[in-house]
Write a protein that binds this ligand. Structure first.
Ligand SMILES: Cc1cc2nc3c(=O)[nH]c(=O)nc-3n(C[C@H](O)[C@H](O)[C@H](O)COP(=O)(O)OP(=O)(O)OC[C@H]3O[C@@H](n4cnc5c(N)ncnc54)[C@H](O)[C@@H]3O)c2cc1C
Ligand code: FES
Length: 253
């Protein structure tokens, strides 16, 4: 197999199962990134897929992968010492803002929000995080948010832990009780639609990380287009007000 010179061939340094079929993987490339940016990971003979950068340290960069199909299965099967092929980081990151930010994650949506929480914690923002999943054993990275000092609440669709309901429902309840000056979210489309509506109704600025099928990751192939924007190049982070505009014109979601 020939390596594409555009890739960093990175050694896997750590791998930890953090939820059901969900793994936190650290590799030895040091990438300068903004929270919300992603890398493309090439799984030879299978596919190349986008992954948000979820954590980092002085000598490593990390992702958190949820197994949903063939490529994520292959990525989730790597072991310490294996090599993975990574290019990036790509896309626009979150703009850290607000003294009282609310972060809302659905499932693996917690991954791009974790480095944002770290950045906001460094700015002494009083962070509240809502981490939701379908069921308890699919909750991702909750301890990591708490360890950063975020007041962390969990929700499960089936009521097996925390609030019984979706992260968006808990977000609506929380915004009704407490004051926030920014909302950041990542998760399934129905969740983002609801949070866009909550933020607009309450006049709160915010941003969401949007997922679309990607092939090139760098604005060439057009596979990730929404309206006149490319998620890989103009996103994946978009202002909630812009998503509201696109949604009301039936251009997304
Ligand atoms: C910017 C960005 C960041 C991402 N970050 C992460 C991350 O940190 N961790 C993580 O586990 N996953 C992340 N994803 C999603 C991940 O890339 C997909 O789950 C992966 O490509 C699926 O590949 P697969 O071959 O395993 O599954 P497939 O068989 O290709 O897909 C399984 C199912 O997921 C759907 N799907 C696949 N890719 C996408 C996509 N990009 N958008 C919406 N639906 C999709 C398919 O329609 C199908 O229903 C991210 C996606 C984007 C666009
Ligand atoms: S993935 Fe090719 S243009 Fe966005």
């Amino acid at each position: 197999m020939t390596d594409n010179p555009g890739y960093l061939v990175s050694k896997v340094l750590s791998k930890e199962e953090v939820a059901h079929r969900c793994f936190k993987i650290g590799f030895d490339s040091i990438l300068k990134f903004q929270p919300g940016q992603f890398v493309m990971i090439w799984l030879p003979d299978i596919d190349e897929i986008p992954m948000s950068i979820s954590h980092s340290g002085p000598d490593f960069t990390g992702i958190t992968v949820k197994i949903v199909g063939e490529a994520t299965e292959a990525l989730g099967s790597v072991s310490k010492g294996d090599r993975i092929r990574v290019r990036g980081p790509y896309g626009k990151g979150f703009e850290p803002s607000g003294e009282r930010p609310l972060l809302v994650a659905g499932g693996i949506g917690a991954a791009p929000l974790l480095p944002l929480a770290k950045q906001l914690a460094g700015r002494k923002s009083k962070i509240r995080a809502i981490i939701g999943a379908r069921t308890q054993n699919e909750l991702v990275l909750t301890d990591e948010f708490s360890d950063l000092g975020a007041e962390t609440e969990i929700s499960t669709d089936d009521g097996s832990a925390g609030f019984h309901g979706t992260a968006a429902e808990l977000c609506r309840e929380t915004v009704g009780k407490l004051e926030f000056d920014s909302i950041y979210c990542c998760g399934p489309e129905p969740m983002i639609v609801t949070i866009v509506e909550i933020a607009q109704r309450n006049g709160i600025w915010g941003q969401a990380s949007v997922e679309k099928m990607m092939k090139c990751g760098i604005g060439i192939c057009g596979s990730c287009a929404i309206s006149d924007r490319l998620v890989c190049r103009d996103g994946p982070i978009f202002d909630l007000a812009h998503l509201d505009e696109l949604h009301s014109m039936n251009k997304i979601f």
